[in-house]
Design a protein around this ligand. Structure first.
Ligand code: SF4
Length: 252
């Protein structure tokens, strides 16, 4: 996807600035979607046999990463036995799961200090990257409803508001891509023509951010070769290119 011309149609920021701890507490306490809250609680109670001795998190999952990040990764939602178990986004969905695939790519690109993501206390540190999701509660069959996505977006808005250095947004999957465009529209930022989702597609947004699309690193995509490590590296190479251009501009 080529860079797409855009038109600004207003911009408003009326939210009170919250701290990272405030935002995290608000997300964890959220009960706005009864279907998802019931599902997460049931999964946490019933557990998967392999994790039967663990205490599942079972609550909404806040974002994780560098508070000074220039790069935001937006995924779909916590995995039922992954982040819904560990409490950290893209963490614990098993060997070869999306967390490991993504973290290996972030590590190769110099954004993470380790190449796997299995436990919330594994020492993972992200540099210049913050990870979040469109929806914070694991949905049945990984399919949130449009209403659930819409209800959850304020949490992403709140996190973005505490990431003052944000310059690049990587949307992992079409649902995250569409959710981010919806978020922009709510903030009065209309992107025209509307960008089409395509892997490694780049769109410069009216607010100065760059939106980069990627296939979601789900097993369904990585096991079938729809998304390869090389393709994921291509996305982070583009992220580095954008950050490099920004650095040159800032030095000038
Ligand atoms: S999906 Fe989002 S809005 Fe719905 S209950 Fe979970 S945290 Fe709240």
């Amino acid at each position: 996807m080529a860079r797409v011309p855009v038109v600004v149609s207003g911009f408003s920021r009326t939210r009170r600035r919250m701290s990272l701890a405030d935002v995290r507490d608000t997300i964890i306490a959220c009960e706005k979607c009864p279907r998802l809250r019931k599902y997460c609680a049931r999964v946490a109670r019933d557990k998967r046999r392999a994790y039967r001795d663990e205490i599942y998190w079972g609550r909404p999952v806040p974002g994780f990463g560098d508070p000074r990040a220039r790069v935001l990764l937006v995924g779909l939602a916590p995995a039922a036995h992954g982040a819904n178990r560990t409490g950290r986004i893209f963490t614990g969905d098993g060997v070869g799961g999306s967390g490991d695939f993504l973290m290996a790519a972030l590590h190769r690109a110099g954004f993470a200090n380790m190449s796997i993501s299995r436990h919330a206390d594994d020492g993972l540190r992200l540099n210049d990257v913050y990870m979040a999701a469109a929806v914070r509660c694991a949905p049945p069959a990984n399919k949130p409803t449009p209403g659930e996505i819409s209800r959850c977006l304020p949490h992403l808005v709140a996190e973005i508001d505490i990431l003052p250095h944000l310059r690049v947004v990587v949307a992992l999957g079409k649902i995250a891509f569409d959710a981010y465009l919806q978020l922009l529209t709510r903030r009065g930022i209309v992107v025209r023509p509307r960008p089409t989702f395509a892997h490694a597609g780049v769109c410069v947004l009216p607010n100065g951010q760059t939106l980069i699309a990627s296939y979601h690193p789900s097993r369904q995509n990585t096991n079938t070769g729809k998304l390869t490590a090389q393709m994921m590296d291509d996305v982070f190479r583009k992220v580095r290119e954008v950050l490099g251009v920004l650095e040159v501009r800032e030095v000038r």
